[in-house]
Design a protein around this ligand. Structure first.
Ligand code: NAG
Ligand code: NAG
Ligand code: NAG
Ligand code: NAG
Ligand code: NAG
Ligand code: NAG
Ligand code: NAG
Ligand code: NAG
Length: 427
């Protein structure tokens, strides 16, 4: 088994500085170690994030460099292919790759392997397999399925299937402008990890120096604390609101400090329509909770921060449309007060969020001499989705292992910057 180690390129804002620090670390070293159809359910959250996890690789012959957002919440990897819409933005040029070939619609790739797409693949006027990717914000992008060689830090993976997208990009956000596409990593048959046939992959996002690593293959390093595993939830019958190819785990409770919120376990269980699953999504920045859980967490956090932080009394301000618990922090205050930790309790494992990761400074938002910070857990309902979503902001300094073979996710708190050094991947 070959094990590949890549770096993430993480663009991040430093919370306590007045300017935005964008740190880009290129993949500098690789290691070869021997060894259903649903309507409103979450397919993919839009690119509204200022922080994305991206990996760099090369595609085509000769290789073209691309930067892709790592997304465990979606299936099909895609690249922007229409250079008329993206002047000065990174685009993949299919006509310049001799190994590129489009997928015809009679191909089994088009007819059977697209079964988990939310919009069924169709046939365009040239008899090519046409895909429409829809997002939770009702935007979509369109293009053709294609095959080319992906080159990951020296390893060529011939015959990789992806979407070569021509139209329909919703936004001109900075995020979108800097990436060529997206690497789909869910459990669907066309996802990048499924196509590569690796039994597991792991990533670790540093909370200190804005780097990280993504690792395909077995990662049983002896120094790594034993991982706590939580099983992936699978359902046999398709349900309208249940994404069967997502990494779905079972949330059992939420603790604030030592106090377990008084919520019945049933609030965390999907209902008969499939609404209410909990997905681990590296393509979403923050964490979103459904009604009763969100309300209980919000109230408890508010209660526990009274007297320590000043609430932003502005009912019209809702960060990213879903985060409505915000605070005013004096601009000259560089250290946040001690905050109660929030723990997401899963079957068999826990994810604890503490300190700075509980609050996010909203850039450009100033009230008097105060900056605005919002609680990093938001309301799924305000966002318009029917699921719990665990975003990557809360996965910082957690070793995250996605074990497809044993159908489970393993977690361990770890300093990811130190982990990267131990693995021996240096700049
Ligand atoms: C992202 O950053 C830009 C500035 O780079 C800012 O204008 C925008 O409001 C930020 N968006 C969010 C959602 O924080
Ligand atoms: C692609 O990336 C490699 C490695 O970072 C670099 O050496 C090469 O010059 C890049 N090629 C182009 C065309 O930018
Ligand atoms: C991948 O395809 C290229 C030609 O496109 C060929 O030269 C190379 O040997 C192939 N690699 C593998 C591992 O099959
Ligand atoms: C590429 O983008 C341009 C401008 O948005 C659009 O007019 C054109 O139809 C797109 N090409 C394809 C093949 O969709
Ligand atoms: C992981 O550990 C198992 C059991 O100790 C061993 O058989 C396997 O070879 C190890 N894998 C790697 C990649 O080191
Ligand atoms: C916090 O909750 C406790 C127990 O429910 C209650 O006694 C207290 O008044 C609350 N404090 C605030 C500031 O809401
Ligand atoms: C911030 O400024 C206010 C008023 O200008 C001052 O009273 C306070 O001591 C300052 N706080 C810090 C941490 O510098
Ligand atoms: C902000 O702070 C400055 C100096 O500390 C003070 O003069 C000014 O009145 C303050 N502005 C507001 C809106 O509080």
């Amino acid at each position: 088994m070959i094990l590949l180690v890549l770096f993430f390129l993480i663009r991040i804002q430093l919370h306590f500085h007045s300017s935005i620090a964008q740190i880009l670390i290129l993949p500098l070293k690789s290691q070869l170690i021997p060894s259903g159809s649903f309507s409103k359910s979450l397919n993919k959250l839009p690119f509204q994030h200022n922080v994305t996890l991206t990996v760099s690789l090369a595609v085509g012959s000769p290789p073209q460099n691309v930067t892709m957002v790592l997304d465990t919440g979606s299936e099909l990897s895609w690249l922007h292919c229409n250079d008329t819409t993206r002047i000065s933005q990174p685009v993949f040029h299919p006509t310049q790759s001799s190994s590129y070939s489009p997928v015809i619609c009679s191909s089994p790739i088009c007819t059977t392997r697209t079964r988990d797409f939310s919009v069924p693949a169709s046939c365009d006027s040239n008899n090519l397999c046409h895909a429409v990717l829809s997002y939770a914000d009702a935007s979509s992008s369109e293009g053709n399925l294609a095959i080319d060689t992906f080159n990951i830090v020296g390893s060529e993976i011939n015959g990789t299937i992806f979407g070569c997208m021509d139209s329909g990009f919703s936004s001109n956000t900075n995020e979108d402008a800097k990436t060529t596409g997206l690497m789909g990593m869910n459990r669907g048959s066309l996802s990048f990890v499924s196509q590569m046939g690796f039994p597991k992959f792991s990533y670790c996002i540093s909370g200190y120096d804005f780097t990280g690593l993504l690792l395909f293959g077995d990662s049983n390093f002896t120094w790594l604390a034993p991982l706590n595993y939580t099983p992936l939830i699978q359902i046999s019958t398709p349900l309208p609101y249940f994404d069967r190819v997502a990494y779905t785990v079972q949330l059992e409770g939420i603790r604030v400090g030592d106090r377990l919120l008084p919520l019945p376990k049933s609030v965390f269980e999907p209902d008969h329509t499939g609404a209410g699953q909990t997905m681990v999504d590296s393509g979403t920045q923050f964490t979103f909770l459904l009604g009763p859980a969100y309300t209980a967490l919000r109230n408890e956090f508010l209660n526990r921060t009274t007297g320590v932080l000043r609430v932003l009394e502005d009912p019209n301000f809702v960060f990213q449309g879903a985060m409505d618990l915000c605070y005013r922090v004096p601009l000259n205050q560089t250290v946040l007060p001690l905050l109660p930790t929030v723990s997401l309790v899963f079957q068999g494992a826990e994810m604890t969020v503490s300190g700075d990761r509980l609050l996010y400074r909203v850039w450009g938002e100033v009230r008097g001499n105060d900056s605005v910070y919002c609680f990093t857990f938001g309301s799924s309902e305000l966002l318009g989705i029917e699921a719990y979503v665990i975003g990557h902001h809360h996965q910082q300094n957690v070793w995250m292992e996605f074990d497809l073979e044993k159908s489970r996710i393993g977690l361990a708190q770890v300093r990811c910057d130190l982990a990267r050094e131990r693995i021996g991947v240096f700049h």
